[in-house]
Ligand binder design. Structure first.
Ligand code: ZN
Length: 133
């Protein structure tokens, strides 16, 4: 148990937290404005990222860390900003609203729960949303 939660066991999440802290210390106003420019507020109640996306449609933001170009998922950025800590080593960030562009309705879940929800979403897309199971 202790070994799976030790600091540094999720290098990507730790790197994202370090990047956010660096950016905020350097120029908080400018950083918040940069992020805010990439958000829209549809009637659904979601807050959607309209910046860059990867080939699977997941919103992302490029960043320079230790002289190297890296990409962070937009939902990881916003979850980390809101919670003030790195995503736990054995957790993933799930879109509770099933909208992968959303950076508001986020939940830190186990991989098993994330896969279970993904399967349910895929089944709903195949069969229709009103499947009674
Ligand atoms: Zn949402």
């Amino acid at each position: 148990m202790a070994s799976s939660t030790r600091a540094g066991a999720n290098p990507k999440a730790d790197r994202l937290l370090r990047w956010l802290i660096t950016r905020i210390r350097k120029d908080k106003e400018r950083f918040i404005r940069l992020l805010a420019k990439k958000l829209i507020y549809p009637d659904s109640g979601c807050v959607e990222w309209v910046g860059q996306y990867n080939k699977n449609g997941y919103p992302r933001q490029n960043a320079c860390v230790d002289g190297k170009r890296v990409y962070f998922y937009a939902h990881h950025i916003f979850w980390t900003l809101k919670n003030g800590r790195a995503i736990a080593p054995d957790r993933e960030i799930d879109h509770d609203c099933d909208n992968i562009r959303c950076v508001l309705h986020l939940e830190e879940v186990t991989r098993e729960k994330n896969l279970e929800k993904r399967d349910r979403r895929q089944a709903a897309r195949r069969i229709g949303p009103d499947v009674p199971f």
